[in-house]
Design a protein around this ligand. Structure first.
Ligand SMILES: *Cc1c(COP(=O)(O)O)cnc(C)c1O
Length: 399
């Protein structure tokens, strides 16, 4: 073995020890993101069962939508079956159609790109900012300047001839992207902005919640998100007409009538069931507690990793208050080759750590999609490790 190999290995031990130090000593195994049911979940779910309204009609759905609108700071929220459906419906409402291109980060969960594809549109992958991990406004501005031109009222990708219709920034791991320059850029080019806020429930950008910064926002309440409904999603908007259209489209496009089944277009059965909403109402009541616990856990990781050479804790951007949905560290570029070993060590030590998602343009179905140079996203992909992040890891009751 060479010396060059020994030195980083020594550092890996220090990284694993630091991570262990950040967690309560009595915890033997820490899952990546365990849900926490410490509120009125059992009461509300029982109430829902007792009412017999378990499906897509019921009081909990309405209540959940009201709570969600408040959290996102929007006038309206429409509950749906999952975050992917929320994104898909937002894109349809923005008029995205077959043959369009939609700008989206290469560093994201596959659902962002899938929702674009469901419309028959093509994702066009954009690089990340090293600060936010989300879409880099400056890099995107330069790229659009290079490849896009106005033709009539459409913006066309000169290389593919396809119209570019929308931009879907994603708040990675809960850290808000720099929305203001992105909104300015979108206004300049006439692009719709749809916030993929699936990971950032409760995060704030410049004092205001994510999911309410653009005309349409999408949330997810999957089992691994900060608040869960088992499976679920929501569309947030300030626009009453868009909210109405979202509800209509996700409720089989049925026209209101006491008994007649009249539908005025091909709609979807995407409404969130009342049973899931009951769970969600109880979960949302605890969002404040979850945010406090996750902030505490993030601070413990930050402090534990502060003196460890070769790694940086991923902290919230200076202009934002993150929900710290998933904590992460970044290995220095020099130690990127040790990432797999670090993952192995952590998982052997009971710490369920995970790599960043494989970048979208490396997946077989998205290999041929248009993209800009992705140096920052590729660097993050090589170096990032997500850390156990459930709120319970910082709860006084031990989770
Ligand atoms: C979780 C997630 C989604 C989709 O959520 P589901 O509810 O699982 O459909 C979409 N985009 C991103 C970035 C996510 O993390």
């Amino acid at each position: 073995m060479t010396r060059a190999k020994l030195k980083p290995a020594f550092e890996l031990d220090r990284v694993v020890a630091a991570l262990r130090r950040a967690l309560p000593p009595e915890i033997e195994a820490a899952p990546l993101h365990q849900p926490r049911f410490a509120g009125r979940e059992w009461d509300y779910v029982k109430e829902c069962l007792d009412s017999s309204f378990v499906s897509s009609v019921g009081n909990f759905v309405t209540r959940f939508e009201r709570q969600m609108a408040e959290v996102a700071g929007t006038a309206h929220a429409v509950a749906v079956i999952n975050g992917t459906a929320a994104l898909y419906v937002c894109l349809l409402l923005a008029g995205v159609r077959g043959g369009d291109e939609v700008l989206a980060p290469a560093l994201t969960f596959v659902a962002t790109a899938n929702a674009i594809s469901y419309c028959g549109a093509v994702p066009h992958f954009v690089d990340s900012s090293p600060v936010t991990l989300g879409v880099d406004p400056e890099a995107l501005a330069a790229h659009l300047h290079d490849i896009a031109e106005r033709r009539g009222d459409a913006i066309v990708n000169r290389r593919t001839g396809r119209p570019i219709r929308a931009l879907v920034p994603m708040h990675t791991f809960g850290h808000p992207v720099d929305m203001e320059p992105l909104l300015e850029l979108a206004a300049e080019w006439g692009l719709w902005v749809i916030e993929d806020a699936t990971e950032s429930l409760g995060s704030r950008y410049k004092g205001r919640p994510t999911g309410g910064w653009s005309r349409l926002g999408a949330f997810s309440f999957n089992g691994n998100k900060i608040v869960t409904t088992g499976g679920g999603g929501a569309i947030t908007t300030d626009d009453a007409a868009l909210a109405q259209a979202a509800k209509h489209l996700t409720t089989t496009a049925k026209l209101p009538h006491p008994w007649a089944f009249v539908h005025d277009r091909v709609g979807f059965n995407y409404r969130m069931p009342n049973l899931n909403a009951a769970l969600g109402c109880a979960q949302l009541e605890q969002l404040g507690d979850f945010l406090a616990m996750k902030r505490k856990l993030a601070e413990r990781y930050r402090r534990a990793l502060a003196g460890v050479p070769g790694v940086d804790f991923v902290a919230e951007p200076p202009f934002a208050r993150s929900n710290y949905w998933l904590n992460a560290l970044l290995l220095d570029e020099a130690h990127a080759g040790e990432r797999e070993s670090l993952l192995r060590r952590c998982n052997e030590a009971g710490l369920m750590c995970r790599p960043a998602w494989t970048l979208m343009h490396r997946l077989p179905m998205y290999r041929d999609c248009p993209r800009m140079d992705l140096p920052a996203a590729e660097s993050i992909e090589r170096r990032l490790v997500n850390l156990p992040s459930g709120a319970g890891l910082a709860a006084d009751d031990g989770g």
